[in-house]
Design a protein around this ligand. Structure first.
Ligand code: FEO
Length: 171
């Protein structure tokens, strides 16, 4: 059984994961509006991944006999100055999510909730990957800042990303 404090913190995280998906879908729409189809596709996959994160937390609350309470999701921004600005915001956002996951781990340990602590380790690892992949794109964008041909190449590269549905989560 989840303790109230832990349940409330995970419910709050479900909201953040859904907000992440909403933010990335908005970024995808921005990229569609400036005809960068590869970037748009990459962000759409990011949107799907975030939904699986939200669902992972959702399923965990249910599995532990808790109660999922969904709350209001704020509106994401709609416009950015450049692809680089989008990825700077994405990196900042993922770093924020990482610190939230770390806070959840701290809370699970403080409450001696070993099951939640174990469950959260998947997210600890996932955040390392998330930050790394976003930073990789950001660095490519910085290297090609004054090179429209480079932007076109990055767009082609990002179009290759495919969504891989996790075997243990269904939407
Ligand atoms: Fe669900 Fe991108 O962290």
């Amino acid at each position: 059984m989840l303790k109230d404090k832990m349940e409330k913190a995970i419910n709050d995280q479900i909201k953040w994961e859904v907000y992440s998906s909403y933010l990335y879908l908005s970024m995808s729409a921005y990229f569609e509006s400036v005809s960068l189809k590869g970037f748009a596709s990459w962000m759409r996959i990011q949107f799907m991944e975030e939904l699986t994160h939200a669902k992972r937390f959702y399923d965990f609350v249910i599995a532990r006999g808790g109660r999922v309470i969904l709350t209001e999701i704020m509106a994401p921004p709609a416009d950015w100055d450049s692809p680089q600005a989008v990825f700077e915001e994405t990196l900042k956002h993922e770093q924020h999510v990482t610190s939230r996951i770390n806070d959840l781990v701290d809370l699970a340990q403080e409450l001696k909730d070993h099951a939640t602590n174990s469950f959260l380790q998947w997210f600890v690892d996932e955040q390392v990957e998330e930050e790394e992949s976003v930073d990789e794109v950001l660095q490519s964008l910085k290297l090609n800042e004054n090179n429209p041909g480079g932007l076109f190449m990055i767009d082609k590269e990002l179009a290759q990303r495919a969504f891989v549905a996790p075997a243990d989560v269904t939407l």
